[in-house]
Design a protein around this ligand. Structure first.
Ligand code: TMP
Length: 405
């Protein structure tokens, strides 16, 4: 049991992945002994239903100067965020001198379009390296963690925000109350706080257990977000399911009564009830499915090794830290993992120390099998790597079950 970081209720654990490293910290060869480990387990609050990690990793260990995740690394995500920015420009940012703040703007993938439109904006991003890329593109960015005090300062210097946006960021923040108090402080009276994060409904339906890692502290549902919003003086007025990153929901919060809630909110809550999403038995069933996938994946990779096949990983994702460490997949089963991110190449995967190589290593000498750790980018990657299948190569995926294709 631990204490809910949203409401103080009792959090009861339902899944345990054991000892895990920082998912986005790729040690150089020789620096393996400096890695930080924690116990990765998730539970659910018995009062407000919020699913959350049992143990918190200090934020400075994750979101550092050399944080190696670049949101612009996927063509699909670049398009997604450009469309998001265009929608804001057409709907919310149409008044005189509008202002938008993004919490966790990463490399400026969304704000670039806002900047190009000449609209006042500010990104708040604690990871200096990715923030520097945003700044180099002309995006206005401050390098710090967003909290209540940050919001007060922004309001003093820039005035209220018509839009506050956060993508794959709010679920990263255990001290979420400070952020929501900050949002209340900074938001214009008729402004919107829009955030999108992996959806517990998809995680349970697909057993996408690798969405659970150090950075993903919360796993939201419409019900838990509605209750959290009310607790901090905000109202959930819209929800929209998104296909990106394996299934997300975009939530829209406003000041209470500022907008008429969309019927989509009640509909999604009803769907969650029908899925029995927040019931103990569902979450225990999820944990049982996770173990089955682990057993199937380890059995398959062991068989392929015994048959003398070559197997590599594709995409040194943060998600893959959970998979490789939970399943104890080391170089005996996976020769290397390829990834397009220069900051990860030449280093080792967290905890399991599999070498990370450029994608060119994969393309110049195809293996027999590739485990698609970046399964959330499957369409993009499989289209790009058509030659692999044409040469007889096979993909291994493990969400929602272990499959060779
Ligand atoms: P993500 O699943 O958290 O977005 O991480 C995707 C990782 O996969 C990231 O390290 C970049 C890498 N990647 C490739 O290597 N090739 C690709 O085509 C894409 C889209 C991502």
């Amino acid at each position: 049991m631990s204490e809910c970081r949203v409401c103080g209720g009792a959090v009861r654990e339902f899944v345990d992945f054991g000892r895990q490293p920082i998912s986005d910290a790729f040690p150089a060869a020789g620096a393996e002994s400096e890695e930080y480990f924690f116990r990765l387990a998730a539970g659910q609050c018995e009062d407000c239903t919020m699913v959350q990690l049992m143990e918190e990793v200090p934020r400075d260990l994750m979101f550092r100067q050399d944080y190696p995740y670049y949101s612009s690394g996927s063509a699909v995500m670049r398009k997604h965020f450009e469309q998001t920015a265009r929608r804001f420009l057409e709907t919310e940012l149409t008044g005189p001198d509008p202002f938008i703040v993004e919490i966790g703007c990463n490399d400026g993938v969304m704000l670039k379009t806002i900047k190009a439109a000449g609209v006042r904006h500010l990104g708040v991003e604690p990871s200096g390296g990715v923030a520097g890329v945003a700044a180099a593109a002309g995006v206005r960015v401050m390098v710090e963690f967003f909290e209540e005090e940050t919001a007060k300062r922004i309001r003093e210097t820039d005035g209220p925000a018509n839009v506050i946006f956060a993508a794959n960021t709010l679920c990263h923040i255990p001290y979420i109350g400070s952020v929501l108090r900050g949002v209340r402080e900074l938001l214009a009276d008729d402004g919107v706080f829009v955030f999108e994060d992996p959806y517990l409904g998809d995680i349970v339906a697909k057993t996408s257990f690798d969405q659970i890692y150090d950075e993903h502290f919360y796993f939201f549902t419409a019900r838990s977000v509605q209750s959290m919003a009310a607790r901090f003086g905000l109202e959930l007025v819209d929800v929209q399911r998104l296909a990106v990153h394996g299934g997300e929901v975009r939530y829209t919060l406003t000041r209470p009564g500022a907008r008429t809630p969309s019927p989509a909110v009640a509909e999604l809550i009803a769907a969650e009830d029908a899925q029995k999403l927040t019931e103990r038995a569902t979450l225990e069933g999820f944990a049982a499915n996770v173990q089955r996938i682990r057993d199937d994946l380890v059995a398959l990779l062991t068989r392929l090794r015994d048959e003398g096949k070559t197997v590599v990983g594709y995409g040194a994702t943060a998600k893959s830290a959970t998979v490789t460490n939970y399943c104890s997949l080391g170089t005996g089963l996976i020769s290397y993992v390829c990834d397009t991110t220069p900051a990860k190449q030449g280093r080792l995967t967290p905890g399991t120390h599999i070498p990370v190589r450029p994608v060119e290593a994969f393309q110049s000498c195809y293996p027999d099998y590739a485990v698609l750790f970046a399964w959330n980018h499957a369409d993009e990657i499989m289209a790009k790597e058509r030659g692999f299948r044409e040469a007889g190569g096979k993909w291994i995926t493990y969400v929602p079950e272990v499959r060779i294709s």
